[in-house]
Ligand binder design. Structure first.
Ligand SMILES: [Zn+2]
Length: 65
């Protein structure tokens, strides 16, 4: 694993949560376009985050019902 990958992966959660500044998120975005390894990790986080959102949604639905 190279240093850029390590760096990208360490900021991945912040990138996903939209907590990075424009330059930083652009750097990660560009890296993801040509790095399949980091791309896979991004996919995993994305799926996991969707699952979390879904469970949040279903729990808030059951509260409102
Ligand atoms: Zn990478």
């Amino acid at each position: 694993m190279n240093t850029e990958c390590e760096y990208i992966q360490s900021r991945m959660h912040e990138y996903f949560d939209d907590e990075l500044d424009y330059e930083m998120s652009l750097r990660i975005k560009k890296h993801l376009e040509h790095c399949s390894e980091c791309g896979e990790i991004y996919e995993k986080i994305s799926k996991l985050s969707n699952l979390i959102k879904q469970s949040f949604n279903s729990s808030s639905e059951s509260i409102s019902l």
